[in-house]
Each structure stands twice: as structure tokens, then as C-alpha cells.
Write a protein that binds this ligand. Structure first.
Ligand code: ADP
Ligand code: MG
Length: 567
């Protein structure tokens, strides 16, 4: 008996839809890209219920005639590619002719469009891939409405995450699309509340200014080359997550591990461990030299000269970054002694003594294996300490030896202070600090103003993505507050507004305690170590950092004797 069957078109389309349309944000991406391809100067997006209920994208682009409208939702219907040669010379966002047909097969879809300047347009209604209604209507540009996404593919529907998560993905998609097309205005409402409002801009720099604000841009440098225009971190302005990294090629946001690697390599010697540069890398590559037809969502590319592109990116970023490093270290040398880890060390440590640079010692000896002996003068008490690398400090009180991870210890103390277990002094800022965040982060922080307030971080909503920071705990007074707030938003991503207060405080305290800008510089002076040990005596769990790693390891005399087989 014959076992093989050709799948019916309806099923084929739904299978294809699975590749293009993964979640509401994919619909937003495809529709916004169609608007851009239609030459729109303005794209308005309205979302209800995380996109599950409604996704509406309206544009003022070239529109469609009735004939085109009746074809556009068919599989493989496209106006952008006609022959094989076109496929190797792609200048539009779309070209595979599968977005509208995919969306049509998994939703209730209506498209209203009028071609050119004609005020009279047509509206069609499609359900599960089939045309149900058609009517004449007055219109300008194109409006696509997608209702009840995945109503006929329950498996896919079950895969959708919470409304909050889908909302974040949509905001991220619009942000990414807006960055890729600075000349177009983007307006987004979610459940009728204005979420993004970014008018057309002159270029990437102005667009980033609209999205992130001035403060954010100050930590970045712009690099311009023949085929490349890039905005990247200045030395010292690094983040603890990869959240602000974008690669845009010919106006298309893509993922590419090799180019990301080129950028990280360019920061090679100045990027501290576990830190990440910010980058907005935009490249213009001659269409025949690049293939976007690799993946249905068009997020991956193949270069005909992969190494050449890698080199170009590496060279450009390297040159500018090392130049900015020189500027920064030149400045630093007049202010304080040179330190080993640039950028990180340049900040005042919370355990600040007057003495920056290396502590003054009576005796300073560097042995071949990197141990630095610093016997401390009398008035510091009994404690003698030895640095082992720049994280570990060994000290003895005569009864064995203790090895301390001073970062871990410091994190524990900050963590307990922030969580409320210890005294926390709060200072009102003389001049409230303005912090502008991308919409996704802005919303997360707005949801947590109470919890932050309870921890001494007083923030007020200033509207349009901007926050006013009015007061902070003393221990944060020298920290990089805007980078802390944006890292916090990233960590609070998975926290629901309804989560227990304690859990929220815990996430906040952990994130801040581990932020490198409050962790202090690498090497502590003798009195700073003394102060640290004193504080450590007061915490509830002096033995562990907030992530559960040990803060110190003690080897008692008895244990040492056993190890040396003396008992
Ligand atoms: P693709 O973008 O790959 O061509 P789509 O399925 O996304 O495929 O769209 C099919 C066609 O419908 C497009 O090629 C275009 O001609 C037309 N179209 C879709 N959206 C719009 C729009 N917003 N304005 C004008 N034409 C559109
Ligand atoms: Mg398209």
C-alpha cells in the first residue's frame, strides 16, 4: 500500500508558518519590514494583550492595488524578486514572499490598502488562509490587522510565554527595527498606552539618542569607515550583560558570532572578565557579496568574504578603542597612580581611604610567582596580609591561615546592607540624576519603583523613557548609577509584579552587590582590609557571597599539622 502522500496546501502553509512566525514579535517584525519596503516614513503599531489578541501595523507607504491585495497573502507572492539574479541582489527587507501567507494561515487577518495617492482602497478579510470578505473603503497607505494569532495551531499557542514576555519581545523588535531604519518614525502602543514615540531621525546617532538618551551616548564612540558606521563602548563603559549589542547589515538586524567575536577581540586587553561592550555595528555590504537567504527569519547571513569583513570590523573598532584607551589612561595618570585594570580601577572604592594606588608598605617584595608581600606597620594591629593575585588575600592571626576572596566578602556585605539586614545610610542627591532607558528597561523599572524605594533607591518617573534618580544609599554614591539601573532592569526581566517582595529585593540586592562599579578596585589598603573584616563580622552569613561561593577558607594550625603529617 502507498504510504507517502503529498501534504495538502493548507497544512504546508501552516508548517511553513512555523518557521517564519514563532511568536507575536515575529509578526511585528515582518509587518514593519513590509512597511519599510513600501517606503513608509511612519509606521504605527498597536498591540493588545501581548499581541495574542491584536497586532495592527499601519503605514504611509506606497500601498497596494486591488489586484495586488488579492495576491499578497498567497504563498510565494512577492513583488520584490522576479528571477534568480534578483535573489543575489537583495535590496529589500522581504523577498521570500512568505510572511503574509504564513500570518494568514495562523490568524484572522485583515488588510486594508490604497495604492499611491488614491484615497479609495480595498479591505480584505482572510481566515485560516482563505479569503472571506472584500470591500471598498477610504484609506491611505496600508493597515494590516492580525487577530487571534495561532487560533488554529494550539501547539504553537501553548508555546507562547506570558503576556509580559511577549510584550518585551515586541518592544525589543520595534527597537531593533527602529535602529536599523533611522529615517522612519515608529509609534507603538500596548494596550492603548503609548510605549514608543520616535519620529524620523537623521541617522543612527540621533536614533540612539531618541531611544537611550544623552547620558548613554556619552559613554560611546562613533566610528566611521567606507562601509561601516559603528557606535561602541569607550574604554571603561562596559556592562555585565550583552543586552546592548546589535549588528545591522544593510538595514537588517542579524546575529553573527564571528562579527561579535571580532568586536570582543578588538577590546582584548581592556575588557575586564565577565564584562561586555556595548555595540551598534552597522555595515553596508554590496548585495551580491552577501546572502540573506539562509534562514526563514532572515537573521543569519553568509558573506562571500567572511575574513575580509571580520578584519574590517576588527581593525576599525580596534583603532578607535585603543585611541580612546590612550585618552582615558592619559587623563588617569595625572589624577592617580596607574592601576592594573583600567576603567574598573579608576573609580573610587567604597572602602575608600585617602590612599589610592598601591598601599604604602614598609617592605615591598615581589617574588617570581606573583606573590606580593606586604607586612603592615604596627598601628594596623596584628593582621598581616599577603595578596595572592588580585582577588585573594591571605592573613593570619597566629592561629592558622585564612584565605579571603575580598570581592566575595565585599559582595556579601553590600548584599546584606541592601537587603535591610544592616544599617544603610541614604543620601538625597543634590542634583537628581536623569537616566534614560530603552522602553523595555524603562517599563521594568517603573514596575519596581516601590521595591527600589524601600532599599533607599528613590526613583521618580519623568516620562518618555526617562527616570529621575533622587536618592541612593551611600554605598552607591560613587557607582555608575545609570549602568546599575539598566543592569537591574535586565535582572528583573523574569520577575513578576506579583512576586513576593522578598524575592524582588533579593534580586535587586544581588545585582547591585555584584556590580563591578560598586565592588571597588582590585587592591585594598591595609586599613581597608581591616574595615572589610570588621564589616564581615557583622553580617549574617560571613562565609558566603550572595551567589553561594565561599568568602574565605581557613586552615587551622591543627589542620596544617595534619597536612604536614606532624600528628
Ligand atoms: P515579501 O515581503 O517577502 O515580498 P510578504 O508576504 O511579506 O512577502 O508580502 C507580499 C507582498 O505584499 C510584498 O512583496 C508587497 O508587494 C506586498 N505588501 C505587503 N505589505 C505591504 C505594505 N505594507 N505596503 C505595500 N505593499 C505590501
Ligand atoms: Mg515581507
Amino acid at each position: 500500500m502507498q504510504k507517502i502522500q503529498i501534504l495538502p496546501p493548507d497544512l504546508r502553509n501552516r508548517i511553513a508558518a512555523g518557521e517564519v512566525i514563532e511568536r507575536p514579535a515575529s509578526v511585528v517584525k515582518e509587518l514593519a519590514e513590509n512597511s519599510i519596503d513600501a517606503g513608509a516614513k511612519s509606521v504605527s503599531i498597536d498591540i493588545l494583550n501581548g499581541g495574542g489578541k491584536l497586532i495592527r501595523v499601519s503605514d504611509d507607504g506606497s500601498g497596494m492595488t486591488r489586484e495586488d491585495l488579492l495576491l499578497c497573502f498567497q504563498p510565494h507572492a512577492t513583488s520584490k524578486v522576479r528571477c534568480m539574479e534578483d535573489l543575489f541582489n537583495i535590496t529589500t527587507m522581504g523577498f521570500r514572499g512568505e510572511a503574509l501567507s504564513s500570518i494568514a494561515s495562523v490568524s484572522r487577518l485583515s488588510i486594508t490598502s490604497a495604492a499611491g495617492d488614491a484615497d479609495l482602497g480595498y479591505s480584505i478579510y482572510i481566515e485560516g488562509g482563505g479569503l472571506r470578505k472584500e470591500k471598498e473603503t477610504a484609506h491611505r497607505g496600508t493597515t494590516v490587522e492580525v487577530r487571534d494569532l495561532f487560533f488554529n495551531t494550539p501547539a504553537r499557542k501553548n508555546f507562547l510565554k506570558s503576556r509580559r514576555t511577549e510584550t518585551h519581545h515586541i518592544i525589543e523588535t520595534v527597537t531593533e527595527t527602529a535602529m536599523s531604519h533611522p529615517g522612519t518614525g515608529f509609534y507603538l502602543t500596548m494596550d492603548r498606552a503609548e510605549t514608543m514615540n520616535i519620529p524620523p531621525s537623521s541617522g543612527l546617532r540621533e536614533r540612539l539618542l531618541q531611544i537611550y538618551g544623552e547620558e548613554f551616548l556619552r559613554g560611546l564612540i562613533e566610528i566611521e569607515g567606507d562601509f561601516l558606521r559603528t557606535i561602541v563602548s569607550k574604554e571603561g563603559n562596559f556592562r555585565s550583560t550583552r543586552s546592548h549589542q546589535y549588528i545591522l547589515i544593510n538595514g537588517r538586524p542579524i546575529r553573527d558570532a564571528s562579527l561579535r567575536h571580532a568586536i570582543y577581540r578588538a577590546y582584548d586587553s581592556i575588557l575586564p572578565k565577565d564584562r561586555h561592550p556595548i555595540f551598534f555595528l552597522t555595515l553596508s555590504i554590496d548585495p551580491p557579496s552577501i546572502d540573506f537567504n539562509v534562514h526563514p527569519s532572515k537573521r543569519e547571513v553568509r558573506f562571500s568574504d567572511k575574513e575580509g569583513v571580520y578584519r574590517m570590523v576588527y581593525d576599525a573598532v580596534r583603532k578607535s578603542v585603543t585611541r580612546s584607551a590612550l585618552e582615558v589612561s592619559g587623563y588617569k595618570s595625572t589624577e592617580e597612580a596607574a592601576t592594573d585594570v583600567p576603567g574598573v580601577a579608576a573609580r573610587k572604592a567604597p572602602y575608600g581611604s585617602q590612599n589610592y594606588g598601591r598601599p604604602l608598605t614598609l617592605h615591598h617584595e615581589e617574588t617570581g610567582d606573583g606573590l606580593i608581600f606586604e607586612p603592615v606597620s604596627g598601628h594596623h594591629g596584628d593582621i598581616r596580609h599577603i595578596y595572592l593575585g588580585d582577588v585573594f588575600v591571605a592573613y593570619s592571626n597566629g592561629n592558622g591561615i585564612t584565605l579571603l576572596d575580598h570581592h566575595a566578602a565585599h559582595e556579601r556585605i553590600l548584599y546584606e546592607r541592601l537587603k535591610g539586614g544592616m544599617k544603610l545610610n541614604v543620601t538625597r542627591l543634590l542634583f537628581p540624576q536623569q537616566i534614560t532607558l530603552p522602553p523595555r528597561h524603562y517599563r521594568i523599572i517603573l514596575n519596581q519603583l516601590n521595591s527600589l524605594g524601600a532599599m533607599g533607591i528613590e526613583i521618580e518617573d519623568f516620562g518618555e523613557g526617562t527616570l529621575l534618580l533622587r536618592a541612593v544609599p551611600d554605598i552607591l554614591s560613587d557607582a555608575d548609577l545609570s549602568s546599575i539601573i539598566s543592569d537591574l532592569a535586565e535582572s528583573l526581566f523574569d520577575i513578576r509584579a506579583s512576586s513576593p517582595v522578598d524575592e524582588i529585593r533579593d534580586v535587586i540586592a544581588k545585582r547591585i552587590a555584584c556590580h563591578s562599579s560598586v565592588r571597588g578596585r582590585t587592591e585594598l589598603a591595609p586599613d581597608e582590609i581591616k574595615a572589610l573584616l570588621k564589616d564581615l563580622r557583622e553580617v549574617q552569613d560571613p562565609e558566603h557571597c550572595p551567589h553561594g561561593r565561599p568568602t574565605r577558607i581557613h586552615l587551622g594550625i591543627e589542620e596544617l599539622k595534619r597536612m604536614f603529617k606532624r600528628t
